[in-house]
Design a protein around this ligand. Structure first.
Ligand SMILES: Cc1cc2nc3c(=O)[nH]c(=O)nc-3n(C[C@H](O)[C@H](O)[C@H](O)COP(=O)(O)O)c2cc1C
Length: 190
């Protein structure tokens, strides 16, 4: 791997073993090849947010995620759409990270894609994620917008993405995230 390899943290909003969103993130890693080093976050052990629990400290799984976000050059989300918004699992994880110090999404370059079995491909969840992360000062890539509709017809039983157009969109998004990260870091005071 080249020394300037982009470190991307992939966060799936689905805990499901055969999740299309997790499969989309694996596809992104494959398509990036040597240009990016992917780490896959797990939200499985993050407890439900409870202020009483937070007052006792930061749970290990939350601290692990916080450190992963801090160390990453950029974040790539893929979220399912649950009842027109992001999954509760993802919102809960973000709620935790908004209550730790340092808040790790501040100034972070981020991109989002979504996969769903419907015709909209999770578009509504994407816009909610953008809105949720406004207050946390994350900086989103605007385009391309990758909404994987009819996901059950595009991935095979092993989670391999067969649809060539969607593969191209995902590859373009990873490239756009790299360019966005370089642009943002060039503008940062040293
Ligand atoms: C509670 C729940 C709510 C859902 N709501 C929506 C929805 O609003 N829009 C949509 O396109 N799909 C919806 N779905 C279907 C998901 O798109 C589908 O389950 C998808 O496979 C979830 O992503 P995953 O494969 O990454 O787990 C919903 C599924 C669940 C379980």
């Amino acid at each position: 791997m080249p020394s300037e390899t982009l470190k991307i943290l992939a966060i799936s909003g689905s805990l499901r073993q055969d999740s299309f969103n997790s499969a989309a993130l694996k596809t992104a890693a494959d398509l990036a090849g040597d240009s990016a080093e992917f780490t896959f976050a797990s939200l499985a052990d993050i407890p439900l947010y409870d202020q009483d629990l937070r007052d006792k400290g930061v749970p290990d799984a939350v601290e692990t995620l916080q450190q992963q976000v801090l160390k990453a050059d950029a974040i790539l989300f893929s979220t399912p759409e649950y009842n027109y918004s992001v999954s509760g699992v993802l919102k809960n994880a973000i709620d935790w990270l908004s209550r730790v110090d340092p808040q790790p999404f501040a100034d972070k370059p981020v991109a989002v894609m979504s996969a769903s079995m419907s015709a909209f491909g999770g578009a509504r969840a994407q816009y909610d994620l953008r809105r949720i992360l406004i207050y946390l000062d994350a900086h989103f890539v605007n385009k391309p917008e990758v909404m994987i509709s009819f996901a059950h017809k595009k991935f095979d039983d092993n989670g391999a993405l067969k649809d060539e157009d969607t593969r191209k969109f995902i590859g373009d998004l990873v490239e756009a995230l790299g360019k966005w990260q370089r642009r943002l870091s060039a503008g940062k005071p040293s």
